[in-house]
Design a protein around this ligand. Structure first.
Ligand code: FAD
Length: 308
């Protein structure tokens, strides 16, 4: 891991730094670059502006690793309110939701997480949109795929996420590349041991390409989540040579990251979905984004020193 990345992630776990960053007025601007805001209204406003620019959206209510039933219930309620808002504002055709099972009780009890996710899916169906289950660290992969399979029994459109850094993922892509199956392919965001994941970023990229080929050759709907210009290009040209038309797959990027590229791909006729996080628990998410790229940290530090 890059030393700066480890440093920022270590700082992220430090309570004093957490309090400083979370309460500094300047944080608000930096947070706003990567996070839509803290409330449902903020999330809907950002969604509207992205949709008006020809993009589509998936919304993530921030919060993970809940070991408290009440917090899990609060997360469910936040999603239900958001879905009502998307429906009311006429945004449900262009915006769906992404759910972390750990935020709705997976660590407490898989069945509780399934029931909570099912309530979110039922509401999404009522509102005319879809749900994707985010993928978390490798200890949860089997459980998340089990919950996915159960949910798909009722709502075949529930989306899965597979992480190219895991050795197992090529096989999972093959199993999930079936008709009607929505699969987001990403590199993977967690610190994973060498027994289960490729430590070398080049191997992760190679795995990404193999997995993308499997998904593009299959009958499902692949969703390519990456900001990597090389991978975007490779996926685009593989899709073309395999006869995949724009609209039979999509690109996904995070809110605030490569916004010009998002618009460029949309102008070429591709569906581009922006992953928009919101909610009061933005701190951990922001730190992960800063750690991913030194330029993001420079942006943050510049904002700090130039504060009035
Ligand atoms: C829509 C979406 C959903 C995701 N869902 C999940 C999930 O469910 N589970 C999970 O584990 N992970 C998820 N991720 C995170 C993902 O796994 C990666 O950690 C993250 O996307 C960084 O990988 P990357 O493919 O963008 O490539 P990286 O290796 O981070 O970057 C590759 C290249 O992309 C370009 N780039 C990256 N960032 C920037 C930037 N800020 N500005 C300009 N260029 C940049 C640079 O050229 C860089 O060299 C998701 C990511 C996205 C986009």
């Amino acid at each position: 891991m890059h030393p700066l990345r480890s440093l920022i992630l270590a700082a992220a776990g430090n309570d004093v730094i957490r309090r400083l960053v979370a309460t500094a007025p300047v944080s608000r601007d930096v947070v706003r670059r990567f996070v839509a805001g803290e409330t449902t209204a903020d999330a809907l406003e950002v969604t509207r502006s992205l949709v008006d620019q020809g993009l589509t959206v998936t919304l993530d209510y921030l919060g993970e690793d809940t070991t408290d039933k009440t917090l899990a219930e609060q997360t469910v309620q936040a999603y239900l309110e958001l879905l009502d808002g998307l429906h009311r504002d006429g945004l449900a055709k262009s915006a769906e939701v992404s759910v972390k099972l750990s935020a709705v009780g997976q660590a407490l009890d898989e069945r509780l997480a399934l029931e909570n996710a099912a309530r979110i899916c039922a509401k999404a169906a009522e509102c005319g949109t879809t749900v994707t289950l985010d993928m978390e660290d490798h200890t949860t992969t089997d459980s998340t795929l089990r919950v996915l399979a159960e949910l798909r029994g009722t709502w075949s459109w529930v989306g899965a996420v597979l992480q190219a850094y895991l050795h197992r993922t090529e096989g999972d892509c093959g199993r999930l590349a079936s008709e009607g199956s929505r699969v987001r392919l990403c590199k993977g965001a967690y610190a994973e041991p060498g027994e289960v994941a490729f430590p070398d970023p080049h191997d992760v990229d190679r795995s990404y390409v193999r997995c993308a080929n499997t998904l593009l050759r299959g009958d499902g709907f692949p969703m390519f989540a990456t900001h990597d210009p090389r991978l975007v290009e490779i996926v685009g040209s593989r899709a073309e040579s395999l006869g995949r038309k724009p609209g039979s797959f999509e690109f996904q990027m995070l809110y605030g990251i490569r916004p010009d590229e998002q618009l460029r791909l949309a102008a070429l006729g591709h569906t581009v979905r922006v992953y928009v996080p919101y909610g009061v628990q933005w701190y951990g998410y922001l730190m992960r984004r800063l750690a991913e790229r030194p330029a993001n940290t420079a942006f943050f530090l510049r904002a700090l020193v130039s504060r009035k």
